[in-house]
Design a binder for this molecule. Structure first.
Ligand code: FES
Length: 123
């Protein structure tokens, strides 16, 4: 099969989808290769990401990787979340087809953009 069970699961039942009205940081990134867009919202308390939401105008792999990425950073500190790589997300999903790896980059970049926004608001 082209996609792992975990990818299919997160694609069909994505976790943490939606908007966050009172987010502490919002990141929006676009994928230059396909034009897809990802928006990530984070809620932070005492340097810990207490809640995450995402919205995407993207493909199934982008949905699955973002869903997994939100699960991986929830409850983590800002510094830990910054270390999340698209590779780690892909591994957690038991892999993606090679031509879909670029979709996972969107998730990593959206997390970083949301944290950057959060940090800029703290100053
Ligand atoms: Fe655009 Fe997957 S094809 S993010």
């Amino acid at each position: 099969m082209l996609y792992s069970e975990k990818v299919m699961d997160h694609f069909q039942n994505p976790r943490n989808v939606g908007k966050m009205e009172d987010a502490d940081g919002v990141g929006e990134v676009g994928n230059a290769k396909c034009g897809d867009i990802m928006k990530m919202y984070i809620k932070v308390k005492d340097d810990i990401i207490t809640d995450v939401k995402f919205n995407t105008f993207g493909c199934g792999s982008a949905i699955a990787t973002s869903s997994m990425a939100t699960e991986m950073i929830k409850g983590k500190s800002i510094d830990e979340a910054l270390e999340l790589s698209n590779k780690a997300v892909v591994e957690a999903l038991d892999g993606l087809p090679a031509n879909k790896i670029h979709c996972s980059v969107l998730a990593e970049e959206a997390v970083k953009a949301a944290i950057e926004d959060y940090r800029s608001r703290q100053q």
